[in-house]
Design a protein around this ligand. Structure first.
Ligand SMILES: Nc1ncnc2c1ncn2[C@@H]1O[C@H](COP(=O)(O)OP(=O)(O)O)[C@@H](O)[C@H]1O
Ligand SMILES: [Mg+2]
Length: 246
């Protein structure tokens, strides 16, 4: 059997802020095609972890290998190249309020495509990404004119526009009503399949995790406390695991 190269490999990651030791010797591997969820309580370090993966936060110690590259060895250009292959859906969406939907989606293209590539392909790329999330008609609207669920979809469209190999989702359903959360979870599955992308989903929404992931890592006390399928974790007797399912 051919062993596939991991998409993300984290070894003994440590990260503190002052004396707040958030991640403690945290290790994990994400394989191609997986939809892996990281489950942890609020404040457990999920966002910190995901930001370490795209090098938005500097780590204290450990090794981070993303798409085969050791982050500590990358210069700025190489880091940019890596980021073009990693779609990131921020918890806050991070849409630009003063820009239209089209301009928001063009933003990554301006950073990663040449003028010529943009002239040829920008319009089609924007339309394809909007079509993926079912919001073609919002192309000339402003983010403020959209509902919370629609803004989340636009943020997802922007994360997809460069056709990433891996998509990182930070709390994709937090703050949304149950029906909209379900729709977003379904959409995540749909786009991951279309783009054949690996997904890392950070959440404490058990419905979202159950729907979107095929493996779950539990982040407790800064460590990889458990690593199993949702179904197996649901059967666990350990109170620290059980409380997530109550
Ligand atoms: N830039 C920062 N400076 C100081 N402390 C931070 C910073 N970012 C996160 N933290 C702290 O790290 C811990 C984990 O935060 P976070 O990863 O955002 O949690 P969550 O699991 O809810 O996403 C929290 O105690 C938070 O206060
Ligand atoms: Mg967070």
């Amino acid at each position: 059997m051919k062993v596939l190269e991991p998409i993300i490999e984290i070894k003994n990651l440590n990260k503190s802020f002052g004396d707040n030791h958030v991640l403690r010797d945290f290790s994990m591997t994400v394989y191609p095609g997986e939809n892996l969820a990281i489950l942890g309580k609020s404040g457990s370090g999920k966002s910190v972890l995901i930001k370490c993966i795209i090098n938005l936060i500097e780590i204290d110690s450990g090794q981070m290998i993303v798409l085969g590259k050791d982050l500590s060895e990358l210069d700025q250009d190489e880091l940019d190249e890596m980021r073009a292959e990693v779609g990131f859906l921020f918890q806050s969406n991070a849409l630009y309020d003063s820009m239209t939907v089209r301009e928001n989606l063009e933003f990554p293209l301006r950073r990663h495509w040449s003028n010529e590539e943009r002239e040829k392909g920008s319009e089609a790329a924007v339309l394809e990404a909007l079509n993926d999330v079912g919001l073609s008609h919002t192309i000339d609207m402003m983010p403020a004119e959209l509902s919370g669920g629609m803004r989340k979809r636009i943020a997802l469209a922007r994360a997809l526009i460069l056709k990433p190999k891996v998509i990182l989702y930070d709390e994709p359903t937090t703050g949304l009503d149950p029906i909209t959360s379900r729709e977003i979870s379904q959409l995540m599955l749909k786009v991951q399949e279309k783009y054949n992308a690996t997904a890392l989903i950070i959440s404490h929404d058990m419905h979202c995790i159950k729907m979107t992931s095929n493996r779950v890592i539990m982040l407790i006390d800064g460590k990889r406390y458990a690593d199993d399928t949702y179904e197996n974790l649901q059967l666990a007797k350990d109170p620290k695991i059980k409380e997530f399912f109550d």
